[in-house]
Structure formats: structure tokens, C-alpha cells
Design a protein around this ligand. Structure first.
Ligand code: 3PG
Length: 305
């Protein structure tokens, strides 16, 4: 069996070493495609492989067509909006993710972005503190939970809204569960986004929702760019020069944001929420183990299609 790691944004070397150990211990062969610049390279690399480990790499029908021996794709991470699930099912390919494995890394970055915004991008002027501020966690999954845990240490007052997570699960963590996104945005000084990009959520963070945020609000996005209605966020930030947007996923209109909102807009050059050695090791090794479990014993835990 041949397993491919296909990562445009490579794992730390220590994680690749750990994955290799798992794969070779199972008697399988590992191949590596990193930092590829053309889709053709991916199409070529998948030709003879039985399993693929990816990150945000796109797996569409064309890739699946090229991968004639493919049985399983594991997204080493949480969000799998980069995989065409229907096409995978049509090709009889199992798709899994590795939930929770990189969530602390993403949560730490979210808190880092909050501090960076509150302290005026470390520009030497007098900023504000997170202590006592109201934090709104939009979606209380693995990352949201970790954000709550860390934010408690900062002494923030923590609120969450999640359309699917029962209120008592949220409140067990000492977090106030609200009934709607509207209520969350109206209440909180800082909003941290942790919703996936789905047909329902795409473009859902819009003008109407954001306009109710208190003065001096900070929106932190370590989730997906697609959930933001960019035109409406620009309109809002145009009207409200107190509003800051911090994102780990560069918007399509990045240059416009830079031009218009200097000092209250920040985007990482490349999504780096999960870019820690620890997250790479956790997610990468989990992916390798899930592949071995699936190929050897047919274990389908974490299958998403
Ligand atoms: C995820 O969905 O797991 C995160 O967004 C991390 O994505 P990445 O592996 O592309 O950094």
C-alpha cells in the first residue's frame, strides 16, 4: 500500500517523521508531495496511491479521477470543505478528518490576535485589556472550547452561541450560552469565529449582524474566509472606525482592507492557526493511524462522507 502526504503547506519535519514511522510500521510505503505549485503535480502524485493525507489541499473530481487506486483521504485537521464529498463517495473513496487534533493551536492564535488588536498592533500607543471584556464564541466545537478555556485565564466574561451544541454542554464549562448569533454579536466586545464553511454559513457574517456589536468591537476569524460577507464587512468598517477585523484567512479583498483600514485590519500571510509542531504531530499522526485502521481493519471512525 502506498500512502501520500500531499501538503501545499508542509507539516513540521518532526510530524512527517512521526507519520512515516506509523506508515512504515504498518508495512506501507510513504511518499511526499510538499509545496506544490501546480495542480498537475498533485494529479501526477496521486496516480498510484491508496491513501492521501492532506491539509487544506483541494481534492475534487479531477484529482479523484486521477487517483485510480485511492481508497481513503484523511484531512489532517477539522474543516473538510476542501474535499468534494459527493465526488469522493461516487469514487468509492472514504473521507475522514481528525477532529480536535489541532484545535488548541488555533485557539492560541485566536487569543494572540485578540491581544494584538487590543494593544493596537503593538504600535506603542495605549490600548485596552481583555480582563473583564465580554468574549463571544461563535460555535462551540473543539476550537471554541479551547478558546473558552484560555480566555478564562485572561479573566474574560465568556458567552457562546452554537446552533447545534446543547446549552447545558456549553454552560458546564462556565460559559453563558445565548439563543442566537444576533444576541451574541450585540452582547460581546470580542467575537471569535469558529463556524465551518457550509452552504448555510457562507456569507452569514454580514452587516446586519455586525452593526449591533458594541463600540470598539474586535472580530477575530480563525475559521474560514467564506463565512464573511466581505462587501458588507467593508461597508461596516467604513461606517465604524472603532471596529477591528483580525483574520487568519486572507480575504479576497485583502488589498482593499489594507488600503482602507490601516491600524484596524490584520491578516496572516498564510493560514497559520494549525501551524505548530504540536498540531502537525497530533493531526498528522492521527491521520496516519486512521488510514492504517481503515486499510487493515475497515475502521471508519471519523468518516465524513
Ligand atoms: C482546520 O480546518 O483544521 C484548520 O483550518 C487548519 O487548516 P490547515 O491544516 O490548512 O492549516
Amino acid at each position: 500500500m502506498k500512502i501520500l502526504i500531499a501538503t501545499d503547506k508542509p507539516f513540521a519535519k518532526v510530524a512527517v517523521d512521526g507519520i512515516r514511522k506509523e506508515i512504515e510500521a504498518a508495512g506501507y510505503e510513504l511518499s511526499l508531495l510538499e509545496k506544490y505549485t501546480e495542480k498537475a503535480q498533485l494529479l501526477d502524485a496521486v496516480k498510484d496511491v491508496n491513501a492521501i493525507i492532506i491539509r487544506s489541499d483541494i481534492i475534487d473530481a479531477e484529482v479523484l479521477d486521477a487517483a485510480e487506486e485511492l481508497k481513503i483521504v484523511v484531512r489532517a485537521g477539522a474543516g473538510y470543505d476542501n474535499v468534494d464529498l459527493k465526488a469522493a463517495t461516487d469514487h468509492n473513496v472514504c473521507v475522514m478528518n481528525t477532529p480536535g487534533q489541532n484545535s488548541n493551536a488555533v485557539a492560541e492564535l485566536a487569543l494572540g490576535m485578540m491581544v494584538y488588536a487590543a494593544r493596537n498592533f503593538f504600535n506603542g500607543t495605549s490600548g485596552t485589556e481583555l480582563l473583564g471584556k465580554k468574549l463571544g464564541i461563535h460555535a462551540y466545537g473543539n476550537v471554541g472550547r479551547n478558546v473558552a478555556r484560555i480566555a478564562k485565564g485572561f479573566g474574560m466574561e465568556i458567552y457562546a452561541y452554537d446552533a447545534f451544541c446543547p446549552k447545558d454542554v456549553i454552560e458546564k464549562d462556565g460559559v453563558k450560552a445565548l439563543d442566537s448569533a444576533e444576541e451574541l454579536y450585540k452582547t460581546c466586545d470580542v467575537i471569535s469565529l469558529h463556524i465551518p464553511a457550509t452552504a448555510e454559513t457562507k456569507g452569514s457574517i454580514n452587516y446586519d449582524l455586525l452593526k449591533s456589536c458594541p463600540q470598539g468591537a474586535i472580530l477575530v476569524n480563525t475559521a474560514r474566509k467564506e463565512v464573511i460577507n466581505e462587501d458588507e464587512l467593508i461597508k461596516l468598517m467604513d461606517e465604524r472606525n472603532d471596529f477591528k477585523y483580525m483574520t487568519d484567512i486572507m480575504p479576497a479583498a485583502h488589498s482593499k482592507f489594507v488600503e482602507l483600514f490601516s491600524g484596524r485590519y490584520f491578516a496572516t500571510p498564510k493560514k497559520m492557526g494549525a501551524q505548530t509542531a504540536e498540531a502537525n504531530i497530533n493531526a498528522g499522526i492521527a491521520a496516519a493511524q486512521q488510514i492504517v485502521g481503515f486499510l487493515k481493519d475497515g475502521i471508519e471512525k471519523f468518516k465524513v462522507n
